[in-house]
Design a protein around this ligand. Sequence first.
Ligand SMILES: *Cc1c(COP(=O)(O)O)cnc(C)c1O
Length: 397
Amino acid sequence: MYINYQKHLVNIINEIKENGLYKNERVIVSPQGAEITLDSGQKVLNFCANNYLGLSDNRQLIDAAKSALDDHGYGMSSVRFICGTTDLHKELEKKIAKFFNTEDTILYAACFDANGGVFEPLLTEEDAIISDSLNHASIIDGVRLCKAQRYRYENADMNDLEKQLKLAQAQRFRLIVTDGVFSMDGNVAPLKKIVELANIYNAMVMVDESHSAGVVGETGRGVTELYNIPGQVEIITGTLGKAFGGAIGGFTTGKKEIIELLRQRSRPYLFSNSIPPLVAAAGIKMIEMMTETNELQDKLHANSEYFISRMTNLGFDIKPTKSAICAVMLYDAKLSQDFAAKLLKEGIYVTGFYYPVVPKGQARIRVQLSAAHEKEHLDKAISSFEKIGRELGILKK
Ligand SMILES: *Cc1c(COP(=O)(O)O)cnc(C)c1O
């Protein structure tokens, strides 16, 4: 039986390779950080991690995790509702709610699970989900698992959202769902306008702050802080796997009845293991650090502004952004791959994206800034971009 199936798989894999879409993984042999060592021995400056606040190798988080290993052991060996909840899980949930100015929080093993488990328990075929066309795969999958009627609006297009909200008036309850920051362009969802439309058309709002928590807003409280609308969305989801330490874990935070029902009915919560206590302990420390001082958020914002303004002045075509994602537009797929390969030779690790990850003719290099970057790292990246930009004829002057 397997012989035939094996041939079938090899054909599919070859097709992926022929289309130039085969993903190879680079192996890192150092901690994640501004400067990393690859298994080839090459040291490179990392501009493609979601390590926005530079916490992936932060000493205070490592120490908090180590002492939790001693106090609380290694694993929980249980789902939350049987015997998988420690004081650390409860404390982290409270701290996340306080940070986002929400009522309660529920932890998951990943934000993929938070999004996968949020819709189905809350909405039925009588209800409507109105979703941005560029929402993350985990939102799309979560919506698929739910029987609610589906409406889709063009990315951040408020006229289209209004049109869809009008159509959705036929349903009982409406939930608008959007990423806070869209990962390919780095654009921020127009959440203030979304909340205004939600008020007019009697809808609730959910925002996924995975790329915006810790990053967007003066103190890193995300898109609700940027637009000064704290507490005005019903549901926020987010990850502990990006700015918030980068290890693993996700959460849903918001209205307390919503969180209460998710604890009763959300399948990835009910049927999957608890995060290990060491991750909860480091998460608590992370929120404490972000509350006590704004140093890391300030440094990230300064780094992003510096990099984007220098690159723009050089003549690169940069997508407008208020996030730490900087899309350097090259438009041509092959060019984006050549450019990224040449940057790697210079010791700058970035990723080039092209169709179907981004629309046809919209190839680019995505640069992710971090508080871990020092000025000399940024200057090195900028001068490498300049050198290769001239070499490949993108910079004319
Ligand atoms: C990264 C990401 C996720 C998934 O987060 P994990 O915790 O890694 O599962 C979900 N939503 C968005 C918008 C993301 O960017």
